[in-house]
Each structure stands twice: as C-alpha cells, then as structure tokens.
Design a protein around this ligand. Structure first.
Ligand SMILES: [Zn+2]
Length: 214
C-alpha cells in the first residue's frame, strides 16, 4: 500500500456508520503502511464525519502501539483508539494483513452470546466463500474472546491463542463487544466485514424462527 489509506478508511467508516455498525464514536479502522507503521482512527471521533485529521500514525515498535507521529502539531490531544493494541496484535500475528477493521453491531453482539465456549460455529452458507472458505459443507468456527476493561488483556489473549492455533477465518469476536476482521487490502477488509455481518444477521434471523443451524 503506497498511497495514503485515510480517504478509503473515511469512506468505509461512513458506510459502516450508515449500516449501524459504527454508531457514535464506536469502532476503529486501521491500515498498515509499507514501513510497518499503521494509521488508526483517533479516539472519540464520530465515525460518520471523519477527516484525515482524525487518525493517528502508530508504530509496531511496542506491542501496545506507541504514537510515532501525530497527524498535526495543532492537535496534541489526539489519542489513538483505545483498542489500538488489538490492531497491533493482528499486524504482528499476520504479516500479510494490511487492514484491520473493528465494529460494534447489534448482531455481532447477539451472536457472541449464542454459545458459552470460546468459538462460535458458523452455518455452512455459500457466503463463507467470502471469508476464504472453499469447502463442501464447511465446519468453520469464529474465535470468541472475553471482553476486558483493560483492552491490552484482550490483545494478549488474542496473541496467545492465535500463536498456538491459526483461526479458520480472518475474523474474531469479543463477547458482547464486536467483531474484528483483517485482510491483505482495505477492499478485502470491507468485504470480509460485510460477509461476517451478513452471516451474523442470518444467525440472528434463524434463531428468531427457531431454525436449527448446521
Ligand atoms: Zn470496540
């Protein structure tokens, strides 16, 4: 990725806001640069009206993500998203990941309660191909992590689990919190998010009519 990713991230945030996935200031989007740094949405900014000033450039020098360059000197109060450590963990775990998107939707919160365990089986829908799963009747589960007030704890648990077991899909849920996807391009990250949210909507709808998923 050689060009400034922020205009694409701004357009994506506006679209996700319209979908009801980035209500208020919720959620965060990031994109990695060729030198390994990454742009991430600043904390507390309304996602329907971001500008290029609403991002912070981070370095991966520390796993927690340390500010290496403020977008403008006139906004020293700008802070990166509180969930930057999760993005940093994803970029460290997956060298091919160029974008990482995290949103809070009603459906992704609901499905995270469908199971007590640490992985949620997904229905074997055609749409799974959109997450890179090309199998006959695939048995795929999305990892679920516990939500912690201290976000770095979530990031540490993601690091520990994914180092031991590579997830089947480029996505994870944090229970009662939201979904995070990662991809080798910004366009693919948007597609993954749309597909994941479609599957979650399907699961919620099937629950409403009492349909058994398989
Ligand atoms: Zn969040």
């Amino acid at each position: 990725m050689r060009t400034d990713p922020r205009p694409t991230l701004i357009a994506a945030a506006r679209q996700f806001y319209k979908m009801g996935w980035m209500i208020g200031t919720a959620g965060n989007l990031s994109a990695r640069m060729p030198d390994g740094s990454f742009w991430i949405t600043a904390s507390g900014r309304p996602k329907s009206q971001l500008t290029t000033d609403d991002f912070v450039l981070m370095t991966l020098d520390t796993c927690r993500g340390k500010v290496c360059l403020a977008p403008t000197q006139s906004h020293p109060q700008k802070r990166p998203s509180a969930e930057t450590s999760i993005h940093a963990a994803i970029y460290r775990l997956f060298p091919d990941a160029q974008a990482c998107y995290h949103v809070h939707s009603i459906e992704n919160n609901l499905v995270s309660r469908f199971i007590i365990g640490d992985a949620l089986p997904l229905p074997s829908l055609e749409m799974l191909k959109g997450l890179g799963v090309w199998e006959e009747n695939p048995q795929v589960a999305i990892p679920i992590f516990a939500n912690h007030l201290e976000v770095s704890r979530i990031a540490d648990e993601i690091c520990a689990r994914f180092k031991a077991t590579i997830p089947q899909v480029p996505a994870l849920l944090v229970r009662d919190h939201g979904v995070t996807v990662w991809a080798s391009s910004l366009e693919s990250a948007s597609n993954y998010l749309e597909v994941a949210e479609y599957i979650f909507r399907y699961m919620v709808a099937s629950q409403k009519i009492g349909m058994k998923l398989g």
